[in-house]
Unconditional design. Structure first.
Ligand code: AMP
Length: 122
């Protein structure tokens, strides 16, 4: 699959679509999910054109990878999530129901987040 530069997160990065921004630096942009699934539900996206965790982790330069994960940590810190804890999730591909094909981390927090995945899968 090729990267589609008109995906919704690419358009947010270009400022064509607004977002509720939580953090930005040279490596990453973080904003609140439009359909939150927890009291805190943030998305962190790299600024480069990468489809998924798989694509980003295998192809991005080391500096971009380090910068991105440091930015994600800053998002959690600046959002005050360290004390209560939080969950990071990266849907990757069809079985995980990845909908937006620009790599992103979900950060969930603000309540007891329950089991890691839906029960009954095995
Ligand atoms: P995923 O299923 O991992 O690809 O998650 C995509 C996420 O993007 C979903 O949680 C959506 O609610 C969220 N989303 C889609 N469009 C927007 C938008 N314009 N602003 C913020 N979040 C969005």
């Amino acid at each position: 699959m090729n990267y589609d530069s008109n995906n919704i997160f690419a358009r947010i990065l270009r400022g064509e679509i607004p977002c509720n921004k939580a953090y930005e630096d040279e490596y990453a942009l973080a904003f609140h999910d439009i359909a939150p699934q927890a009291p805190v539900h943030l998305l962190v996206i790299p600024k480069g054109e990468y489809l998924s965790f798989d694509d980003f982790s295998s192809k991005a330069p080391a500096e971009a990878i380090a910068g991105f994960y440091r930015a994600a940590q800053r998002v959690a810190e600046l959002s005050g999530l360290q004390e209560g804890g939080y969950r990071i999730l990266a849907n990757t591909g069809a079985d995980a129901h990845q909908e937006v094909m620009h790599y992103h981390l979900h950060i969930f927090a603000g309540c007891d987040l329950g089991p890691m995945v839906k029960k009954g899968l095995v």
